[in-house]
Design a protein around this ligand. Structure first.
Ligand code: UGA
Length: 435
């Protein structure tokens, strides 16, 4: 099949490379000529494991192309995906749909022959209706249908998630979309059969409901962690055992410094806005957002308590700045609020992150950026693990103790145990566990 993807950002690029790898002919279109030039040369603008190999392999096989010219690629396509950004709109928290609607207008002018236009961007309920209206108004002769095909991939595991999804959802209002969308995903669902057709508005809501539920699940276990600390229980055991109940499930029950990233904070906020517009407030999600926001600064309090109640004039070392491992993404990362709160308390902060330093420099210019964990730890009164990168799982504590001003480890991701750390002479603090 011939696929065109408008928007070569995270979702567009990963989807394009994976569709091409299934044998489809894919063109990724983006207005950013520098980005397209880089992609043509095999330079990937984001950090995502294995994406560079996948892009190189499929570009070489002539199945994956990059262009700034939307018109030609849309005219040829069986399916055109809209995968442009939908950031939070400044001021009101609604998703900003201007890029989606601009793309719809340009697609309208370029359509030739029957075309499925599918939204992959995360878009509020009703966006598909508006995309359809825009295209029809701009080009009344266009032969097209609009589908909603939200994406559920996680940064850092995007290729695996795309190729082995728990489910694929396609929302349609016109039966003519069913066959091309089934053919497109045939290489995936042949093995597992997770392709579900729903109405278009249902598919749009499913995306927000999924992310909001997961955000709520994380927030639930984070509150259980606080309670565990107060009553002397172990939140990891609580999570493990409640997770054995298949109705609850074991995933997304790791307590930590709160959820961040480019999706959960933005999508929970946008869903709350939609619900308010329809006068059906979602108090569970509103509370989730509020609890999560408070949590990030509360983590700084934990650090301050660990060093005796005051960080003024003290050096604190932060390990991991990105919102999670295996990405260079700093959007809404808990490290932002934690670093700011420590700075407000008078601390000097050194930091190291394996991939996110460049992005972090823009957001947190007051940090001292170091080339590794040991350099960051020099003269620090406490070492704080904020993001659970694999390379922080086997730190050399003898070496750390030699360089630190005080041997204190605050493990906000629970990747160590007290019994492992204390023999090195370290004081150990974690989240929701006595050990
Ligand atoms: C999330 C969803 O997991 C994807 O299914 C979805 O497609 C994506 O948003 C999106 O809408 O595009 P992502 O934001 O990449 O993916 O990252 P997650 O792995 O979900 O992590 C989000 C945040 O939750 C991170 O800050 C992470 O540290 C935190 N988290 C996750 C926890 O604190 N505990 C957990 O048990 C799991």
């Amino acid at each position: 099949m011939r696929i065109t993807i408008v928007g070569a950002g995270y979702v567009g690029l990963v989807s394009g490379a994976c569709f091409a790898d299934f044998g489809h002919h894919v063109t990724c279109v983006d207005k950013d000529a520098t980005k397209i030039d880089a992609l043509r040369n095999g330079d990937i603008p984001i950090f995502e494991p294995r994406l560079d190999d996948l892009v190189a392999k499929n570009s070489k096989a002539d199945r994956l192309k990059f262009t700034t010219e939307l018109k030609e690629s849309v005219a040829d396509a069986d399916i055109v995906f809209i995968a442009v950004g939908t950031p939070s709109r400044r001021g009101d928290g609604h998703a900003d749909l201007s890029y989606v609607y601009d793309a719809a207008g340009e697609i309208a002018d370029a359509i030739e022959g029957f075309t499925v236009v599918a939204t992959k961007s995360t878009v509020p309920v009703g966006t598909g209706d508006e995309v359809e209206r825009i295209i029809r108004e701009r080009n009344p002769k266009a032969d097209f249908v609009v589908a909603s095909n939200p994406e559920f991939l996680r940064e850092g595991a995007a290729i695996e998630d795309f190729k082995h999804p728990d489910r694929i959802v396609v929302g349609i209002e016109d039966e003519r979309a069913r066959s091309p969308m089934s053919e497109l995903y045939r290489p995936i669902y042949l093995n597992k059969g997770p392709l579900v057709f729903t109405s278009r508005r249902t598919a749009e809501l499913i995306k927000y409901a999924s992310n909001s539920f997961l955000a709520m699940k994380i927030t639930f276990i984070n509150e259980m962690a606080d309670l565990s600390e107060a009553v002397g229980a172990d939140v990891q055991d609580v999570a493990r055992v409640i997770g054995l109940d298949k109705r609850i499930g074991s995933k997304f029950l790791n307590s930590g410094p709160g959820f961040g990233g480019s999706c959960f904070p933005k999508d929970t906020t946008a869903l709350v806005k939609t619900a308010n517009d329809y006068e059906r407030p979602l108090s569970l999600i509103e509370t989730t957002i509020a609890v999560n926001d408070r949590r990030k600064r509360a983590m700084a309090r934990k650090v301050i308590d660990a060093v005796g109640g005051n960080v003024r004039g003290k050096r604190i070392a932060m390990l991991g700045l990105t919102f999670k491992p295996n990405t260079d993404d700093m959007r809404d990362a808990p490290s932002l609020a934690i670093a700011q709160a420590l700075k407000d308390g008078g601390a000097t902060i050194s930091a190291y992150d394996p991939e996110g330093m460049e992005q972090a420099r823009a957001e947190l210019p007051f940090l001292d950026f170091c080339h590794d964990a040991y350099a960051a730890a020099e003269n620090a009164e406490a070492l704080v693990i904020v993001t659970e990168w694999d390379q922080f799982r086997a730190l050399d504590f003898t070496r750390l103790k030699q360089v630190m001003a005080q041997p204190i480890l605050v493990d906000l991701r629970n990747i160590y145990r007290k019994s492992e750390i204390e023999p090195y002479g370290f004081k150990y603090r974690c989240v929701g566990r006595p050990h």
